[in-house]
Design a protein around this ligand. Structure first.
Ligand code: MN
Length: 238
């Protein structure tokens, strides 16, 4: 039985109106990982309760907009990008449920960031303005190509998933990153400039966030699909 994975999407305005967009690469990652993805639509509704997420077996937080800095008590930096209050509201509600119910959770790009904020941490609103000596994290290269190296902590779930490799190249499409790490999370990969590239929960519950885009890499780097497989296995209760 394939577990059902709730996937969040990005607010998108089209010529037909406003809707919720999800890149097919996330969908294919979940399917090839062994799960069935279901997109959670964005809505103006403020009344989001547990039934929005309770029928699913796991939660995938996809990439997208910047998280509203007010959600971590900071006024917006001039380089803040597009934000989506609807998306923040939805994701904070369902992350809270997933954490309370020990539902497996995978966060990608914005996903690692919103996870950290939901757990009480903060973000750099723009690493290029706020982190001295930062390297290029907004690549101009094919999406499948890894442009910077991450170093993986050997005592992590990530290390096992990526075949005990201490460092791997990953792609990079972010101008924000985790600043103050939230309680309940631990850093499991970084770049040489000190940017946090992966976190995990400190307990046994599968909570994993990555700052890169594995869904854009797995067709060329099979090990990146193992992340989706490990997540889906956790959703099966394995
Ligand atoms: Mn990066």
């Amino acid at each position: 039985m394939r577990p059902r994975i709730a996937v969040t999407g990005t607010a998108m305005e089209t010529k037909y109106g406003t809707g919720t967009y999800i890149d097919k690469a996330y969908i294919d990652g979940v399917i090839h990982g062994g799960g069935i993805p279901v997109l959670l639509p964005l809505t103006d509704t403020k009344d989001i309760d547990d039934t929005w997420i309770s029928q699913y077996d796991g939660l995938l937080l996809s990439g997208g907009e910047d998280v509203d800095s007010l959600s971590y008590q900071q006024n917006p930096h001039p380089k803040q990008g597009r934000i989506s209050p609807d998306r923040d509201l939805l994701e904070f509600a369902i992350i809270s449920y997933a954490l309370n119910q020990k539902m497996p959770l995978l966060g990608i790009c914005r996903g690692i960031q919103v996870l950290n904020v939901a757990c009480g941490g903060t973000l750099y609103q723009d690493i290029y303005s706020q982190v001295p000596g930062v390297m290029k994290h907004s690549q101009n290269a094919p999406r499948s190509y890894g442009t910077h190296i991450i170093k993986i902590n050997p005592s992590s779930r990530l290390f096992t998933i990526y075949n005990h490799q201490k460092q791997i190249p990953v792609n990079s499409y972010h101008h924000q990153a985790i600043d103050r790490l939230a309680d309940g999370l631990k850093v499991t990969a970084t770049t040489d400039d000190g940017i946090i590239e992966a976190v995990e929960g400190t307990g046994n519950h599968f909570i994993l966030g990555v700052q890169w885009h594995p869904e854009g890499m797995w067709k060329d780097y099979p090990e990146q699909l193992q992340l989706f497989k490990a997540f889906v296995d956790a959703c099966k209760g394995l």
